[in-house]
Design a protein around this ligand. Structure first.
Ligand code: ADP
Ligand code: MG
Length: 319
Protein backbone atom coordinates (compact mmCIF):
# COMPACT_ATOMS: atom_id res chain seq x y z
CA UNK A 1 0.00 0.00 0.00
CA UNK A 2 1.27 3.41 -0.95
CA UNK A 3 1.90 5.57 2.11
CA UNK A 4 -0.09 8.76 2.27
CA UNK A 5 1.91 11.89 1.90
CA UNK A 6 0.98 15.52 2.30
CA UNK A 7 0.14 15.92 -1.37
CA UNK A 8 -2.60 13.27 -1.15
CA UNK A 9 -4.85 15.85 0.42
CA UNK A 10 -5.67 13.30 3.09
CA UNK A 11 -4.31 15.27 5.99
CA UNK A 12 -7.03 17.85 6.30
CA UNK A 13 -6.16 20.40 8.94
CA UNK A 14 -8.63 22.94 10.23
CA UNK A 15 -6.78 26.12 9.50
CA UNK A 16 -8.33 29.17 11.07
CA UNK A 17 -9.66 31.17 8.17
CA UNK A 18 -10.38 34.40 9.97
CA UNK A 19 -7.60 35.52 12.23
CA UNK A 20 -7.83 38.47 14.58
CA UNK A 21 -4.42 39.30 15.96
CA UNK A 22 -3.75 41.85 18.69
CA UNK A 23 -6.53 44.09 17.46
CA UNK A 24 -6.90 47.45 19.19
CA UNK A 25 -9.19 50.28 18.16
CA UNK A 26 -10.82 53.42 19.49
CA UNK A 27 -12.90 56.30 18.20
CA UNK A 28 -11.08 59.62 18.70
CA UNK A 29 -9.71 59.36 22.20
CA UNK A 30 -11.78 56.57 23.70
CA UNK A 31 -10.44 53.07 23.26
CA UNK A 32 -13.19 50.54 22.49
CA UNK A 33 -11.29 47.31 21.86
CA UNK A 34 -7.95 46.39 23.36
CA UNK A 35 -5.66 43.57 22.19
CA UNK A 36 -8.24 41.15 20.83
CA UNK A 37 -7.09 37.74 19.62
CA UNK A 38 -9.30 35.00 18.22
CA UNK A 39 -9.73 32.74 15.20
CA UNK A 40 -12.74 31.44 13.32
CA UNK A 41 -12.76 28.30 11.16
CA UNK A 42 -14.43 27.93 7.78
CA UNK A 43 -18.14 27.32 8.02
CA UNK A 44 -18.22 28.14 11.71
CA UNK A 45 -20.94 30.25 13.29
CA UNK A 46 -19.35 32.55 15.87
CA UNK A 47 -21.55 34.59 18.17
CA UNK A 48 -20.20 37.88 19.53
CA UNK A 49 -21.99 38.84 22.67
CA UNK A 50 -21.63 41.67 25.15
CA UNK A 51 -23.63 44.47 26.68
CA UNK A 52 -24.77 47.42 24.63
CA UNK A 53 -21.73 49.60 23.97
CA UNK A 54 -19.23 46.77 24.48
CA UNK A 55 -17.99 47.11 20.89
CA UNK A 56 -19.78 44.32 18.99
CA UNK A 57 -20.73 46.53 16.04
CA UNK A 58 -17.31 48.18 16.05
CA UNK A 59 -15.64 44.76 15.84
CA UNK A 60 -17.78 43.72 12.87
CA UNK A 61 -17.07 47.01 11.10
CA UNK A 62 -13.34 46.53 11.63
CA UNK A 63 -13.50 43.02 10.20
CA UNK A 64 -15.37 44.44 7.20
CA UNK A 65 -12.62 47.02 6.71
CA UNK A 66 -14.73 50.05 7.50
CA UNK A 67 -12.12 51.61 9.80
CA UNK A 68 -8.35 51.47 10.09
CA UNK A 69 -6.96 49.50 13.00
CA UNK A 70 -4.85 51.24 15.56
CA UNK A 71 -2.86 48.11 16.16
CA UNK A 72 -2.88 44.48 15.09
CA UNK A 73 -4.19 42.77 11.98
CA UNK A 74 -7.14 40.90 10.52
CA UNK A 75 -6.66 38.12 7.99
CA UNK A 76 -9.18 36.21 5.91
CA UNK A 77 -7.19 33.26 4.57
CA UNK A 78 -4.18 35.03 3.01
CA UNK A 79 -5.83 38.39 2.56
CA UNK A 80 -5.07 41.10 5.04
CA UNK A 81 -8.17 43.23 5.63
CA UNK A 82 -7.39 46.87 5.00
CA UNK A 83 -9.26 49.94 6.15
CA UNK A 84 -10.10 53.09 4.15
CA UNK A 85 -6.59 54.48 4.51
CA UNK A 86 -5.24 51.65 2.36
CA UNK A 87 -8.28 50.55 0.40
CA UNK A 88 -10.10 52.88 -1.95
CA UNK A 89 -13.34 50.90 -1.88
CA UNK A 90 -14.49 49.53 1.46
CA UNK A 91 -15.18 45.81 1.56
CA UNK A 92 -14.17 42.64 -0.27
CA UNK A 93 -16.02 40.32 -2.67
CA UNK A 94 -15.73 37.36 -0.32
CA UNK A 95 -17.36 39.15 2.59
CA UNK A 96 -20.80 40.63 3.20
CA UNK A 97 -21.99 42.68 6.11
CA UNK A 98 -25.53 43.38 7.25
CA UNK A 99 -25.41 46.40 9.54
CA UNK A 100 -27.89 47.39 12.21
CA UNK A 101 -29.01 50.14 9.80
CA UNK A 102 -29.58 48.10 6.64
CA UNK A 103 -29.56 50.31 3.56
CA UNK A 104 -31.89 49.13 0.84
CA UNK A 105 -33.35 50.67 -2.30
CA UNK A 106 -36.75 51.85 -1.03
CA UNK A 107 -38.48 52.43 -4.37
CA UNK A 108 -37.85 49.00 -5.85
CA UNK A 109 -39.39 45.66 -4.97
CA UNK A 110 -38.06 43.00 -2.61
CA UNK A 111 -37.22 40.84 -5.62
CA UNK A 112 -35.27 43.63 -7.33
CA UNK A 113 -33.38 44.49 -4.16
CA UNK A 114 -32.23 40.91 -3.73
CA UNK A 115 -31.45 40.34 -7.40
CA UNK A 116 -29.63 43.62 -7.88
CA UNK A 117 -26.15 42.16 -7.58
CA UNK A 118 -26.82 39.01 -9.61
CA UNK A 119 -25.82 38.91 -13.23
CA UNK A 120 -28.58 39.81 -15.67
CA UNK A 121 -26.84 37.73 -18.32
CA UNK A 122 -28.28 34.59 -16.77
CA UNK A 123 -31.94 35.53 -16.28
CA UNK A 124 -33.11 31.99 -15.45
CA UNK A 125 -30.44 31.46 -12.79
CA UNK A 126 -31.04 34.93 -11.43
CA UNK A 127 -34.75 34.22 -11.10
CA UNK A 128 -34.18 30.86 -9.41
CA UNK A 129 -31.60 32.21 -7.01
CA UNK A 130 -33.71 35.22 -6.05
CA UNK A 131 -36.66 32.95 -5.41
CA UNK A 132 -34.59 30.62 -3.22
CA UNK A 133 -33.28 33.52 -1.17
CA UNK A 134 -36.74 35.01 -0.74
CA UNK A 135 -37.82 31.70 0.71
CA UNK A 136 -34.80 31.54 3.07
CA UNK A 137 -36.02 34.77 4.66
CA UNK A 138 -39.67 33.76 4.33
CA UNK A 139 -40.79 36.75 2.28
CA UNK A 140 -42.59 34.92 -0.54
CA UNK A 141 -45.74 36.98 -0.06
CA UNK A 142 -43.82 40.25 -0.45
CA UNK A 143 -41.64 39.53 -3.49
CA UNK A 144 -43.36 42.22 -5.56
CA UNK A 145 -43.76 44.75 -2.74
CA UNK A 146 -41.72 47.94 -2.78
CA UNK A 147 -39.28 48.03 0.11
CA UNK A 148 -40.57 51.39 1.38
CA UNK A 149 -43.87 49.68 2.21
CA UNK A 150 -42.25 47.02 4.40
CA UNK A 151 -41.97 46.95 8.20
CA UNK A 152 -38.58 47.20 9.92
CA UNK A 153 -38.40 43.45 10.39
CA UNK A 154 -39.28 42.75 6.77
CA UNK A 155 -36.59 45.17 5.61
CA UNK A 156 -34.11 43.40 7.83
CA UNK A 157 -34.98 40.12 6.13
CA UNK A 158 -34.46 41.67 2.67
CA UNK A 159 -31.04 42.91 3.81
CA UNK A 160 -30.05 39.40 4.92
CA UNK A 161 -31.20 37.86 1.62
CA UNK A 162 -29.37 40.50 -0.36
CA UNK A 163 -26.13 39.85 1.51
CA UNK A 164 -26.47 36.16 0.60
CA UNK A 165 -27.22 36.76 -3.08
CA UNK A 166 -23.62 36.47 -4.25
CA UNK A 167 -22.69 33.69 -1.81
CA UNK A 168 -20.03 35.31 0.31
CA UNK A 169 -17.42 33.15 2.01
CA UNK A 170 -17.98 35.04 5.21
CA UNK A 171 -21.04 36.90 6.44
CA UNK A 172 -21.13 39.48 9.23
CA UNK A 173 -24.54 39.93 10.82
CA UNK A 174 -25.20 42.70 13.33
CA UNK A 175 -28.19 41.81 15.53
CA UNK A 176 -29.83 40.26 12.46
CA UNK A 177 -33.21 39.46 14.01
CA UNK A 178 -33.59 42.47 16.31
CA UNK A 179 -36.46 44.01 14.31
CA UNK A 180 -38.29 40.77 13.67
CA UNK A 181 -41.34 39.89 15.72
CA UNK A 182 -41.43 36.85 17.97
CA UNK A 183 -43.98 35.06 15.78
CA UNK A 184 -41.39 34.74 13.03
CA UNK A 185 -38.06 34.91 14.82
CA UNK A 186 -37.32 31.30 15.66
CA UNK A 187 -38.30 29.89 12.28
CA UNK A 188 -36.30 32.57 10.51
CA UNK A 189 -33.23 31.86 12.64
CA UNK A 190 -33.42 28.19 11.72
CA UNK A 191 -33.89 28.98 8.06
CA UNK A 192 -31.01 31.47 7.79
CA UNK A 193 -28.50 29.59 9.96
CA UNK A 194 -29.28 26.23 8.32
CA UNK A 195 -28.80 27.84 4.92
CA UNK A 196 -25.39 29.19 5.98
CA UNK A 197 -24.33 25.80 7.39
CA UNK A 198 -25.44 24.05 4.21
CA UNK A 199 -23.32 26.39 2.10
CA UNK A 200 -20.40 26.26 4.57
CA UNK A 201 -20.48 30.06 4.88
CA UNK A 202 -18.55 31.35 7.88
CA UNK A 203 -20.66 33.75 9.89
CA UNK A 204 -20.15 36.14 12.77
CA UNK A 205 -23.28 37.23 14.58
CA UNK A 206 -23.32 40.12 17.03
CA UNK A 207 -26.16 39.68 19.45
CA UNK A 208 -27.47 40.30 22.94
CA UNK A 209 -30.18 37.66 22.57
CA UNK A 210 -29.40 34.15 23.78
CA UNK A 211 -31.90 32.74 21.29
CA UNK A 212 -29.66 33.89 18.41
CA UNK A 213 -26.85 31.86 19.93
CA UNK A 214 -28.11 28.71 21.69
CA UNK A 215 -28.64 25.97 19.17
CA UNK A 216 -26.85 27.82 16.35
CA UNK A 217 -23.42 29.14 17.33
CA UNK A 218 -20.43 26.78 17.28
CA UNK A 219 -18.40 29.17 19.40
CA UNK A 220 -19.12 32.38 21.21
CA UNK A 221 -16.93 35.20 22.41
CA UNK A 222 -17.89 37.56 25.20
CA UNK A 223 -16.78 41.20 25.01
CA UNK A 224 -16.40 43.11 28.24
CA UNK A 225 -14.26 46.04 29.23
CA UNK A 226 -12.57 46.19 25.77
CA UNK A 227 -11.47 42.55 25.94
CA UNK A 228 -12.58 39.07 24.93
CA UNK A 229 -13.29 37.69 28.40
CA UNK A 230 -14.43 34.23 27.26
CA UNK A 231 -14.40 32.08 24.13
CA UNK A 232 -16.01 28.67 24.19
CA UNK A 233 -19.02 26.73 22.96
CA UNK A 234 -22.41 28.07 24.08
CA UNK A 235 -22.93 24.81 25.98
CA UNK A 236 -19.74 25.15 28.01
CA UNK A 237 -20.36 28.80 28.79
CA UNK A 238 -23.95 28.08 29.76
CA UNK A 239 -22.95 25.18 32.03
CA UNK A 240 -20.02 26.98 33.54
CA UNK A 241 -20.57 30.74 33.37
CA UNK A 242 -17.37 32.18 34.75
CA UNK A 243 -18.87 35.55 35.57
CA UNK A 244 -22.23 37.10 36.40
CA UNK A 245 -22.10 38.87 33.03
CA UNK A 246 -22.01 35.56 31.17
CA UNK A 247 -24.73 34.05 33.37
CA UNK A 248 -26.95 37.09 32.83
CA UNK A 249 -26.79 36.53 29.08
CA UNK A 250 -28.47 33.15 29.54
CA UNK A 251 -31.02 34.00 32.21
CA UNK A 252 -31.82 35.10 35.74
CA UNK A 253 -29.20 33.96 38.19
CA UNK A 254 -28.35 34.22 41.87
CA UNK A 255 -25.02 34.58 43.60
CA UNK A 256 -24.86 32.34 46.65
CA UNK A 257 -21.61 32.06 48.55
CA UNK A 258 -19.86 33.40 45.44
CA UNK A 259 -21.24 30.66 43.21
CA UNK A 260 -23.54 31.38 40.28
CA UNK A 261 -26.84 29.52 40.05
CA UNK A 262 -29.58 29.82 37.45
CA UNK A 263 -33.18 29.99 38.66
CA UNK A 264 -33.78 26.35 37.70
CA UNK A 265 -30.88 25.27 39.91
CA UNK A 266 -32.61 26.49 43.05
CA UNK A 267 -35.64 24.69 44.42
CA UNK A 268 -38.14 25.52 47.12
CA UNK A 269 -38.20 22.77 49.75
CA UNK A 270 -39.78 22.00 53.14
CA UNK A 271 -36.81 22.55 55.39
CA UNK A 272 -33.47 24.14 54.67
CA UNK A 273 -30.83 26.31 56.26
CA UNK A 274 -31.25 28.61 53.25
CA UNK A 275 -34.29 30.82 53.73
CA UNK A 276 -35.42 33.68 51.50
CA UNK A 277 -38.36 36.09 51.56
CA UNK A 278 -40.54 36.42 48.49
CA UNK A 279 -40.55 39.83 46.81
CA UNK A 280 -42.50 39.09 43.62
CA UNK A 281 -43.65 36.31 41.30
CA UNK A 282 -43.54 36.55 37.50
CA UNK A 283 -45.21 34.11 35.12
CA UNK A 284 -42.70 33.05 32.45
CA UNK A 285 -44.81 30.72 30.34
CA UNK A 286 -43.66 27.39 31.70
CA UNK A 287 -43.26 28.32 35.35
CA UNK A 288 -43.12 31.18 37.78
CA UNK A 289 -39.97 33.15 38.41
CA UNK A 290 -39.87 33.89 42.13
CA UNK A 291 -37.85 36.95 43.02
CA UNK A 292 -36.78 36.72 46.65
CA UNK A 293 -34.50 38.30 49.17
CA UNK A 294 -31.74 36.19 50.67
CA UNK A 295 -29.17 37.81 53.00
CA UNK A 296 -30.03 41.21 51.53
CA UNK A 297 -29.41 39.97 48.00
CA UNK A 298 -31.90 39.40 45.22
CA UNK A 299 -32.17 35.78 44.13
CA UNK A 300 -34.38 34.03 41.56
CA UNK A 301 -36.00 30.63 41.96
CA UNK A 302 -38.09 28.83 39.38
CA UNK A 303 -41.28 27.37 40.80
CA UNK A 304 -44.50 25.88 39.47
CA UNK A 305 -46.79 28.21 41.44
CA UNK A 306 -47.08 31.86 42.29
CA UNK A 307 -46.07 32.65 45.90
CA UNK A 308 -47.41 35.52 48.00
CA UNK A 309 -45.12 38.42 48.69
CA UNK A 310 -43.53 38.33 52.16
CA UNK A 311 -43.67 34.54 52.62
CA UNK A 312 -40.53 32.86 53.87
CA UNK A 313 -39.33 30.08 51.58
CA UNK A 314 -36.69 27.49 52.47
CA UNK A 315 -34.73 26.55 49.34
CA UNK A 316 -31.97 24.21 48.24
CA UNK A 317 -29.46 23.98 45.43
CA UNK A 318 -30.26 21.20 42.96
CA UNK A 319 -27.55 21.57 40.34
P1 ADP B 1 -22.31 47.56 20.61
O1 ADP B 1 -22.54 47.23 19.19
O2 ADP B 1 -21.74 46.43 21.42
O3 ADP B 1 -23.53 48.14 21.28
P2 ADP B 1 -20.64 49.69 19.53
O4 ADP B 1 -19.55 49.00 18.82
O5 ADP B 1 -21.75 50.25 18.73
O6 ADP B 1 -21.19 48.71 20.68
O7 ADP B 1 -20.02 50.87 20.40
C1 ADP B 1 -18.89 50.72 21.23
C2 ADP B 1 -18.52 52.07 21.83
O8 ADP B 1 -18.06 52.93 20.80
C3 ADP B 1 -19.66 52.80 22.49
O9 ADP B 1 -19.17 53.44 23.61
C4 ADP B 1 -20.12 53.78 21.44
O10 ADP B 1 -20.69 54.91 22.02
C5 ADP B 1 -18.84 54.11 20.73
N1 ADP B 1 -19.05 54.42 19.29
C6 ADP B 1 -19.67 53.64 18.38
N2 ADP B 1 -19.65 54.20 17.15
C7 ADP B 1 -19.00 55.37 17.28
C8 ADP B 1 -18.62 56.43 16.37
N3 ADP B 1 -18.93 56.35 15.07
N4 ADP B 1 -17.95 57.49 16.87
C9 ADP B 1 -17.60 57.56 18.19
N5 ADP B 1 -17.92 56.62 19.09
C10 ADP B 1 -18.61 55.53 18.67
MG1 MG C 1 -24.25 47.27 18.01
Amino acid sequence: MKPLDDSSGFFMVFLPMLQIKNLSFGYAKTEVLNQLNFNVNTGENLAIIGESGSGKSTLLKLIYGEYDLEEGEILWKDTKILGPKFNLIIGYDFMKYVSQEFDLMPYTTVEENIGKFLSRFYPEEKKERTKALISVVELEAFAQTKVKHLSGGQKQRVAIARALAKEPEILLLDEPFSHIDNFKKQSLRRSVFNYLKGKNITCLVASHDKNDVLGFADQMIVLDNKKVVAKDTPKNLFNNPKSPLIASFFGEYSLIKNDIFYAHQLQITDHSDFKATVVSSYFNGQNWMIEANYNNQTIFIEHDKKIEKGLEIPFKIVS
